[in-house]
Design a protein around this ligand. Structure first.
Ligand code: HAM
Length: 425
């Protein structure tokens, strides 16, 4: 019996880990630059949270959740996204009594039972930010700016935010009515999914990926003329703020997003060259979410990006950086006594903060030197029985091949000093 990772999941192997860390490092750096603090929430939550938060008539809640009863028969769900859990934590920990806005970020695995393909997995890693407590459109712009800055930092230079508004519960029903009127004669031509959306959530027809539905939906036109005064002002203030911050964006009336919690601002970022799953991030405002999860009326806005997809986009754009394991010092030992000396030196080097390693496979000296090369060791320290007796050690700089002798006693300090001055040069 050979086991394999479940369909739609993947192992991130050591040879790829550096790419992941690089993205995570940039995420943390940029988030902290913008004043967001990290929050970690559980991998699973009560199912009800997602049903209420994300909305019953959404692909995620209808078809894609990993839901299971726990031992007491309570329904639990592996989180399909991070916004509802963070909203739950905001309420549970009374964060509305802290100075507002409360600005949070997270990185972690999410789970959706979707049909796997390039860039779409059942377990994927997402980073997200959420800002609670302010309805100011400048905050929406800040979030789009943060996303834009992150993409650029990662070498994705051609990312443009596609921005829209979906109004609020006061003005959206008029637009939904308009969509139903315009599409009533085309109902038979829509895909089965859109036909069922027609009654329940017609706005979602606008972001159907099916070509024939897209052609039909193009007749609908933007929501902009249907907005109430407050939503129209908010949308215009968002655009002014983006221009003031020099964030490139284009208006796209087909961006409506797949969650019921959104109000007003919605946006997405696409990447080219990574196939059909080209959304590398998306978000929007959700002024009713906290209340619908049982908290006091509190506005909020956020964004999330899939790290797996970001890595594909980085690869496709040619911005990927070769990363290889490196080592400060490899200690090559020949002979039984020397091995003990090597173990002592490796331990001392590590205590001094120098990455160090040695041979554990009884290799010949030549094979150990090859091994040190594979590890990209900057220095190899060679210790044989003769050196051990003389209390010395040969040190070789792998960059220029120079070799010299040092006393065994002071070797760790000397190697550390050498590596430090080499780094400073
Ligand atoms: P979302 O658009 O569903 O939004 O997901 C955000 C990003 O996660 C997508 O743009 C994509 O990059 C990535 N993603 C989604 N599903 C998959 C998948 N199956 N495999 C790989 N990557 C995937 C949200 O999740 C909202 N919570 C965003 C948000 C935060 N809105 C406000 N605050």
């Amino acid at each position: 019996m050979r086991y394999s990772a479940p369909r739609g999941t993947q192992d991130v192997l050591p040879r790829d880990i550096e790419k992941w860390r690089r993205v995570e490092h940039h995420v943390r750096r940029v988030c902290e630059l913008y004043g967001y603090e990290e929050i970690r929430t559980p991998i699973f939550e009560q199912t009800e949270l997602f049903v209420r938060g994300i909305g019953e008539v959404t692909d995620i809640v209808e078809k894609e959740m990993y839901t299971f009863p726990d031992k007491r028969g309570r329904s639990m769900t592996l989180r399909p996204e991070g916004t509802a859990p963070v909203a739950r934590a905001f309420i549970e920990h009374n964060m509305f009594s802290e100075p507002q806005p409360v600005k949070l970020y997270y990185i972690g695995p999410m789970f959706r039972y979707e049909r796997p393909q390039a860039g779409r997995q059942r377990q994927f890693s997402q980073f997200g930010i959420e800002a609670f407590g302010s309805g100011d459109a400048v905050l929406d712009a800040e979030i789009i700016d943060l996303a834009y800055t992150l993409y650029r930092d990662l070498g994705l230079n051609n990312c443009i935010a596609r921005v829209n508004t979906i109004g609020c519960p006061a003005c959206r029903p008029r637009y939904n009515e308009h969509i139903r009127n315009v599409l009533s004669s085309d109902l038979e031509q829509l895909c089965p999914n859109c036909r069922s959306r027609y009654d329940r959530n017609p706005m979602r027809i606008l972001d159907c990926k099916t070509e024939s539905c897209r052609t039909i939906a193009a007749k609908v036109g933007p929501i902009w003329g249907f907005l109430c005064t407050e939503c129209a002002e908010h949308f215009s203030s968002l655009q002014d703020s983006l221009r003031a911050m020099s964030v490139p964006f284009e208006l796209d009336p087909t961006i409506v997003r797949g969650f019921d919690y959104y109000t007003r601002t919605v946006f997405e970022f696409m990447a080219s060259g990574i196939g059909a799953q080209d959304a590398i991030g998306g978000g929007g405002r959700y002024d009713g979410l906290i209340e619908s999860c049982g908290g006091p009326p509190t506005p909020g806005v956020g964004f999330a990006a899939g790290i797996d997809r970001l890595l594909l986009a980085i690869e496709a754009s040619g911005a990927a950086q070769e990363s290889q394991r490196t080592l400060g010092c490899f200690v090559a030992a020949v002979g039984e006594g020397a091995r003990l000396g090597a173990a002592r030196l490796v331990a001392s080097l590590r205590r001094l903060g120098v990455s160090a390693d040695m041979d554990y496979m009884d290799r010949s000296l030549r094979a150990q030197m090859r091994h040190a090369d594979r590890y990209r060791a900057r220095i190899v320290a060679i210790l044989g029985e003769d050196e051990l007796r003389a209390g010395t050690l040969q040190v070789k700089d792998m960059n220029d091949g120079k070799q010299w002798e040092v006393s065994l006693e002071g070797a760790a300090d000397e190697i550390r000093a050498f590596l430090q001055s080499a780094r400073e040069q």
